[in-house]
Design a protein around this ligand. Structure first.
Ligand code: FMN
Length: 157
């Protein structure tokens, strides 16, 4: 059997995981509460190039990794993130949201530093919405990003 496992700070990875669970009927667990024997479709958020929470999972059980971040789909470097996090199974990228009320001072400071760097390099029509989301909160959540993950799960049945 396969289960859905998630790690989420402001809720978007959790919402995607719940939506996949609804679509497929797979049981869902927060990281650390999953049964030991099941294979895992993992959802985790991106913090720099780290997939948060993945290191707490038994990587030998993970059959797919869904990475949730803010960045544009085209700017997500799947191969680099997979290598950095020791992932050798399929990786899917989904755009999430920022709920600043859920972030601590360290997170907010990191976002401020990234925002300043973005502004110094120059804002354009592509990175302005990401800049705005980092500064004020905002969402790129869209369940269409789950379509290839759903197909992957169905193909393994
Ligand atoms: C401290 C911090 C660092 C982040 N770094 C990145 C990043 O490098 N690339 C990216 O696309 N998104 C980055 N994000 C955005 C989160 O990955 C995004 O908001 C994600 O949807 C959060 O998932 P959650 O709602 O499940 O917590 C960062 C967010 C925070 C708070």
């Amino acid at each position: 059997m396969t289960v859905v496992v998630y790690s989420s700070k402001s809720g978007s990875s959790k919402k995607y995981a719940e939506a996949l669970s609804e679509r497929t009927g797979l049981h869902i667990y927060p990281i650390g509460q999953q049964p030991a024997d099941e294979s895992i479709v993992f959802f985790g958020w991106l913090r720099d190039d780290t997939i948060v929470g993945l290191s707490q999972a038994d990587i030998s059980k993970v059959i797919a990794v869904c990475v949730v971040g803010l960045d544009d789909v085209g700017r997500f470097d799947k191969a680099a993130v997979a290598e950095k996090n020791g992932v050798k199974v399929p990786v899917y990228y989904l755009r999430g949201w920022i709920d600043r009320s859920k972030l601590n001072i360290v997170d907010k400071t990191v976002l401020l530093a990234v925002s300043v760097m973005m502004k110094l390099k120059g804002l354009n029509q592509y990175n302005q919405p990401i800049f705005d989301a980092m500064m004020e909160g905002g969402s790129f959540y869209d369940e269409k990003f789950l379509d290839p993950v759903t197909m992957f799960v169905e193909s393994r049945r």
